[in-house]
Design a protein around this ligand. Sequence first.
Ligand SMILES: Nc1nc2c(ncn2[C@@H]2O[C@H](COP(=O)(O)OP(=O)(O)O)[C@@H](O)[C@H]2O)c(=O)[nH]1
Ligand SMILES: [Mg+2]
Length: 243
Amino acid sequence: MKIVVIIPTYNERETISNLIDALEEEFKNIPNHEMGILIVDGNSPDGTAEAVNQKKGIYKNIDLIVEKEKRGLGMAYITGINYAVKDLKAGAFIEFDGDFQHDPKDIKRLIAELDNGYDYVIGSRYVLGGSIPQEWAWHRKLLSRFGSLFIKWVLRLPTNDNTSGLKLSRAEGFFEKLPLDENRILSRRHAYKIHLLYEMYRNDAKIKEIQIKFLERGGGASKSSLEDIFESLRVAFALRFRK
Ligand SMILES: Nc1nc2c(ncn2[C@@H]2O[C@H](COP(=O)(O)OP(=O)(O)O)[C@@H](O)[C@H]2O)c(=O)[nH]1
Ligand SMILES: [Mg+2]
């Protein structure tokens, strides 16, 4: 199957080249699938796209979309998912961060569960063996843990990590059912994740959570903010109480 790793970037020049090298190395351990990388860059002023273009000269399985401007994480993924499935003919796609917080070695573990028949594989920080960065301040750890629990409770979800950014989705049978345009997605930013998770669940995807260690950033700075926490609550309630 063709599987595309989608990576949104905004000012990730410090990490993106090493990340691409690490992913390409890992792909060698996945001989039964055709692997590709799709970077969706929000027109980063730091030259992230140039760094990606250099790697495009070395590896033949990299695509790059440069958006007109930074439009939010959700919009970057929507652009990437549509391109991966419609243009690159991906049978599955993986959401993956561009800052090394996700471990390239987890890719083959996600794919192993796809091969086992699962439709939606979540890299989970909140199942046995999973973790968040030790360096995080206590209030950040608490917010992340209770945020996931709260979303689980509001939406009656079976899953434990409901804001994880690392996941694999099977396209066939699900792509057409997902709200993958700016008029239907309930958040253009980080909270888009909750909406897609909920739709996969509602559409009876076979879901599997596998433990991951969420790492500290490899460099650069986070783009998420307090606003994203409020948006997550808004999206959860909007889904719960929609007609
Ligand atoms: N294209 C694009 N990428 C983004 C945007 N916001 C965040 N990203 C990228 O998405 C990934 C996850 O974002 P990050 O800020 O690390 O979120 P955090 O891990 O929740 O703090 C990183 O690779 C970011 O560079 C955006 O608005 N547009
Ligand atoms: Mg990050």
